[in-house]
Design a protein around this ligand. Structure first.
Ligand code: FES
Length: 106
């Protein structure tokens, strides 16, 4: 049993960018890669809570806009040498419609 929240169509999310979804668990950034893969992470950098949704997406990573930490979109791990993990959320895509679940994957 999980609650899926509709985010919109894949096209509604800027490529190499993100769209923010307000939820009961705070803001979640829904990211789109160049290959149209979609990932959802809490919109809070594990460093000092920078808004990851305003970062630059490259490959399967996003660079935090505040101090340039790199975060893996798949799973939320911070790329070394920095350390930490952003909460990640399951993503479902049906007919180009994107939904996320608030049940954290990790
Ligand atoms: S708040 Fe993200 S790198 Fe510092």
């Amino acid at each position: 049993m999980s609650d899926w929240i509709e985010v919109g169509m894949i096209e509604d999310i800027p490529q190499l960018g993100a769209r923010v979804v307000k939820t009961t668990q705070g803001n979640i950034g829904v990211f789109r890669t160049a290959e149209d893969e979609i990932f959802a992470l809490k919109d809070e950098c594990p460093h000092k809570k920078g808004p990851l949704s305003q970062g630059i997406v490259h490959g399967k990573r996003v660079t935090c806009p505040l101090h340039n930490w790199n975060i893996e979109l798949d799973g939320g791990d911070v790329v070394a040498p920095d350390e930490g993990c952003a909460a990640s959320y399951p993503v479902r895509i049906e007919d180009s419609k994107v939904s996320i679940s608030l049940q954290t994957a990790s």
